[in-house]
Write a protein that binds this ligand. Sequence first.
Ligand SMILES: Cc1cc2nc3c(=O)[nH]c(=O)nc-3n(C[C@H](O)[C@H](O)[C@H](O)COP(=O)(O)OP(=O)(O)OC[C@H]3O[C@@H](n4cnc5c(N)ncnc54)[C@H](O)[C@@H]3O)c2cc1C
Length: 384
Amino acid sequence: MDSCEVLIIGSGPGAISAAESYRDNGGGGRVLIVTTDTDAPYFRPPLSKDFLRGESEFDDITQHPPDWYSERNIEIHTGTTVVGLDSGARTAGLSTSETIDFQTAIIATGARPTPLPVPGGEHALLLRSFAEAATLRTAASQASSAVVIGAGFIGCEAAASLAARGVATTVVAPEQVPQAPRLGPDAGARILTMLDDAGVRYVGGPAVTRMEPDAVTLDDGVRIDSDLILAATGITPCTDIAEAAGLDLEDGRIVVDEHMRTSSDAILAVGDVAIAHNSTAGRRIATEHWQDAVDQGEIAGATAAGVSRSWDAVPGFFTTIGDHTLKYAAWGDGFDTAHLVERDGGFVVWYQSAGVTVGGLTYNSDDDYELAEKLVADHKPAPA
Ligand SMILES: Cc1cc2nc3c(=O)[nH]c(=O)nc-3n(C[C@H](O)[C@H](O)[C@H](O)COP(=O)(O)OP(=O)(O)OC[C@H]3O[C@@H](n4cnc5c(N)ncnc54)[C@H](O)[C@@H]3O)c2cc1C
């Protein structure tokens, strides 16, 4: 049986920053990264933006050059899935039939796209991995029309990128304006304008009931012909091995404390797959953002090296829809009020709950973004 000190499962931002942080915090044991992904670790955010527009290639979006891993003595096994995890015996079973024993395992398995469960749903492309992005880009190069199902950030970004390629693109989503339940109707109206600026048609309200290779049908009977269909209909955290290991879960994610420890001493978890206690929020927070996975990886790496650090940052991300970049700092678990304030050439939406700021969404207003992070961290009210 092969053995290592730290087994890291996955190769997204949470995994790579955990490996780096373990070394930076003095961890000297063998580090092994095992990932289903067949490609060397890469940045996902460009997959719906410049990569889809055809403005970057794989080499432009790799997380690190090969030397970076060898210099730190970090081993990576791509194209290999961890299929079983025994927290008592501290062993992991691999898809290659090998077994690895470890002192600490860090689960950074992220999430997979959730397909739309309608007849013909298999005709829609999905977007998470580089391989899926490459398939989408090839399809886009041969398409003159596209339907993107779902108006979350990945759906909006991908739709704007498809339109920028000259593909006539329609977004179909159940919300009257994009993301109204998550960000409020005023922010949704602004995102709708951004899609419009990018040349994307938005059909809000009806649900997709059926797909064919070249069309989607809506519940109001409308049929939209399309050379390409992309389902951007949310994600499902990859918790299979955590469930098999008997770890505590909440809302379909692995429960971790502020040090990224799961309910087992032997196992940590980070990133989209985790719901982590944030010591500033004073509660568990689930995030689906690149930087938060990096931050949590840094904490898990420190924990594995025996250094105590806590997750206390306010979650946040940037998104680019065509030429427009929105920045969002928020706990992301709901709000009582959403108040949009115009700025010169931009805006800020303040989100409050029980009288304190729980988030800020900004456009062309970086001072407000910094203020939002501070007000959220300090549990202070939004500016009058
Ligand atoms: C197209 C796209 C655009 C995005 N744009 C932005 C953006 O602009 N800003 C932003 O903040 N966020 C963005 N995100 C979200 C961001 O990429 C995620 O929040 C982030 O990647 C989560 O990192 P993670 O480390 O938790 O997992 P992931 O990056 O999902 O990595 C999980 C890894 O685990 C592997 N894996 C899964 N199961 C197993 C197993 N059993 N064994 C071995 N390996 C396994 C997978 O192959 C993968 O390598 C975007 C996401 C996508 C898909």
